[in-house]
Design a protein around this ligand. Structure first.
Ligand code: FPP
Ligand code: MG
Length: 272
């Protein structure tokens, strides 16, 4: 299963998200920040989080239109901005000099500008979501950011400590920095598309399990799994199976098919 094939059912919407992001960059007030951030708007990453959001919406409604579609596109652009903000800050923390084949913001402009650039992306996310999303969903996003930042702090503490990290702490960091975000994406998409509480809960659970499997496979491929206590591969497989089970009971739809294809791609890419 190729990633492009998995993404096909939401490719038209993802192009609209891309256009939304390009037009947003025009609204920045100073030319230097515009230049620094331009590439985040014009050379997109994989768009995995917007894709999860849109696929979850299509698990509820085959063809969202009108105001619902507009809200979904703004939410999808918002999560991509938050993701980019977190990567800009993450590269400062990790002192990484390259991402997506390009110098990181910290490599090109220094840490001080990179922190401000990340804050700008993060604030832009809220500026586009604030009028489009209901208060409860905005609260979920704020809580998510608290969770992500707290998990990053925990990770820093664990890395600087000589004690080996426990399995529970390792998994809770992965949940906080990656899986909770994917869960919120699935929740946003399914909620905005009008899913029932039970449907939204199933898709949020899918996002969480998918995100855990995603981060564990990523840790394996980076050789980053600093938890001796854990068989990372079998844990990744366990979360991938749980994600598959979360989709049961949702009924067949374009969205469920796309989410299944995305999961197949993740598992196949890891060679399992
Ligand atoms: C990549 O991890 C980074 C994350 C998964 C999240 C980082 C989160 C923060 C810095 C806090 C949130 C900040 C904002 C503004 C919302 P990695 O280092 O394991 O992966 P990599 O190889 O892609 O760098
Ligand atoms: Mg990093």
């Amino acid at each position: 299963m190729k990633l492009e094939d998995a993404f096909r059912p939401v490719s038209a919407e993802l192009r609209a998200v891309e256009r939304e992001l390009v037009s947003l960059s025009q609204g920045l007030s100073f030319s230097s920040i515009k230049t620094i951030l331009e590439r985040f708007f014009t050379t997109p990453g994989k768009y995995l989080r917007p894709a999860l959001l849109l696929m979850s919406a299509k698990a509820i409604q085959e063809k969202p239109e009108g105001q619902t579609l507009r809200k979904l596109l703004l939410a999808a652009a918002g999560v991509e901005l938050i993701h980019n903000a977190s990567l800009v800050h993450d590269d400062v923390i990790d002192e990484d000099l390259e991402r997506r084949g390009q110098p990181t913001v910290n490599a090109g402009h220094g840490n001080r500008i990179a922190i401000l650039a990340g804050d700008t992306l993060y604030s832009k996310a809220f500026s586009i979501m604030i009028d489009a999303l209901p208060k409860e969903l905005l609260r979920d996003i704020v809580e998510l950011n608290i969770h992500m930042c707290s998990a990053e702090v925990e990770q820093e503490k664990v890395r600087s400590c000589s004690e080996p990290v426990t399995k529970e702490t390792f998994l809770s960091i992965n949940e906080g920095k990656t899986a909770s975000f994917m869960s919120v994406c699935c929740k946003l998409g399914s909620s905005l598309a009008g899913g029932s509480a039970a449907e939204v809960a199933k898709l949020a659970a899918f996002g969480l399990d998918f995100g855990m499997a995603f981060q564990l496979y990523d840790d394996l491929s980076d050789g980053d799994s600093d938890c001796a206590d854990l068989d990372v591969l079998s844990e990744a497989r366990r979360f991938a199976s749980a994600a598959r089970a979360d989709l049961l009971g949702l009924g067949p739809s374009v969205g469920v098919k796309a989410l299944t294809a995305l999961l197949d791609h993740l598992v196949e890419k890891a060679g399992n």
